[in-house]
Design a protein around this ligand. Structure first.
Ligand code: G3I
Length: 404
């Protein structure tokens, strides 16, 4: 989730070419890649980031992205296909016995009346998550000084619109104020800092939140623990400290660990599964696991996701898709949008196939406010509505899966 440097991009150019051709949607380059760098006919090798290039259909005119440079516009041209379904996603999700179909939102977006006209429709969205305003840097920027104004704006919106609210988040390595991230604490001091933060935050919204992402992204992709101030000071005990504080502050809220790259088998999923197992067997209050689902068009395995959801649910937790988006290398093409529709459909189908998967949240519904272009240069168009609030084929893919 970091911007990649231009010097790494330069390194990609040094990777030797191999003779075989990579398949459509297959990898065709990137740092460390030793496989085929030529693509099958009708596709072009397009750099997603310095670590990954992919054979995209009919993308011959696409220039490789320039890491750190300006992202190409994601504006849909008039010739691109759009979604045609008039279905309402939350209505469909509830009719299928899910609790909600929801979306992330963020305070600055709420002055955009075109945006709020759609956001406020609770037949479309039955749940919202604040993308930033309940994070530690927003809530407790100085030790003991709590600022709830922006978080309250999202909580009030959920209440006004009769939507469920997801709290995001109590403990995360990112978006920490420097007094936390750069602090030097004893075990007792940091335990108390976490307890005070989690119980004050969760307590402030007691009764208003369906579920909290109490612990966010505790692991590296290789399954080792992130070496942040929490792990470095408290070792593997900090999730329990945070979960117990949250539970005391709001015993009725569902308490989650939320993570990405656990949607397929691998060391990170294994590490989290083992943490869930040990927390549950120790009687720690953990109710759910959030699968963020930040995916890439053409690289989605719905059946793999379904397996992971079931595997975690077997530990006695509920599961949810908490931050779904499916990005592509810009510009959008009809082929990419068609594949994105297929991918959204298979992700939603995975949740529909697992009873313990309670709901789906997209990480904002419109490309206008997606986090993707500012993080992955040259990529975007990850949401079901375009930046002009026009439904994309992906919307139809979601609606079809919810009503299947
Ligand atoms: O608040 C400052 C503002 O004062 C400043 O003027 C502006 C200048 O860039 O930056 C503002 O902070 C930005 C913040 O969003 C609020 O808009 C940060 O730069 C920006 O990095 C931050 O991005 C957020 C990102 O988390 C941070 O990691 C995204 O909006 C948010 O969507 C994203 O959400 C995360 C989830 O919490 C966890 N899972 C991954 C997901 C996507 O990265």
């Amino acid at each position: 989730m970091v911007k990649l440097s231009a010097s790494l991009a330069t390194l990609t150019a040094l990777i030797p070419l191999a003779a075989a051709q990579a398949a459509e949607w297959g990898q065709c380059g990137g740092i460390g890649w030793t496989g085929a760098t030529a693509c099958v006919s009708g596709t072009t090798c397009v750099e997603s980031n310095p670590y990954y290039s992919q054979c995209l259909p009919g993308a011959a005119s696409v220039a490789p992205s320039s890491p750190g440079g300006a992202a190409p516009s994601g504006t849909s041209s008039g010739s691109l296909p759009t979604g045609t379904s008039t279905a309402k996603l939350n209505t469909l999700a509830k009719a299928a016995s899910k609790l909600y179909f929801g979306t992330a939102t963020d305070n600055p977006e709420l002055t955009d009346t075109g945006y709020t006209a759609i956001l406020d429709d609770n037949t479309q969205f039955g749940q919202i998550t604040p993308a930033n305003s309940m994070k530690w840097d927003a809530i407790e920027p100085e030790q003991g000084v709590f600022t709830f104004t922006e978080g309250d704006q999202i909580a009030d919106l959920a209440m006004t619109n009769a939507m469920l609210l997801r709290g995001h988040n109590c403990v995360w390595y990112n978006q920490l104020p420097s007094w936390v991230s750069d602090g030097t604490f004893t075990v007792a001091q940091l335990t108390s800092v976490i307890q005070n933060h989690c119980s004050t935050l969760v307590g402030h919204y007691k009764g208003q939140v369906y579920a909290w992402d109490v612990v966010n992204e505790p692991f590296n992709d290789d399954g080792t623990w992130r070496t942040d101030v929490f792990f470095n000071t408290l070792g593997t005990s900090y999730p329990q400290i945070a979960l117990e504080a949250a539970s005391q502050a709001d015993p009725n809220a569902k308490l989650y660990i939320n993570e990405y790259n656990i949607e397929f088998a691998g060391p990170k999923a294994t590490a989290l599964l083992s943490l869930v197992e040990s927390l549950k067997s120790a009687g720690v209050p953990l109710d759910g696991v959030g699968f963020q689902c930040h995916f890439i068009v053409g690289e989605v395995s719905g059946s793999g996701l379904q397996t992971q959801l079931s595997t975690f649910a077997a530990q006695g937790v509920e599961v949810a898709l908490t931050e779904l988006d499916i990005r592509m290398t810009l510009p959008e093409t009809p082929a990419l949008l068609a594949q994105q529709k297929t991918d959204y459909n298979s992700v939603i189908t995975a949740c529909m196939s697992v009873e313990s998967c309670v709901g789906i949240t997209v990480w904002d519904w419109t490309d206008k406010y997606s986090w993707v272009p500012s993080t992955f240069s040259g990529q975007g168009a990850a949401c079901p509505w375009d930046e002009n609030f026009v439904k994309k084929p992906a919307f139809d893919g979601i609606a079809a899966a919810l009503s299947a």
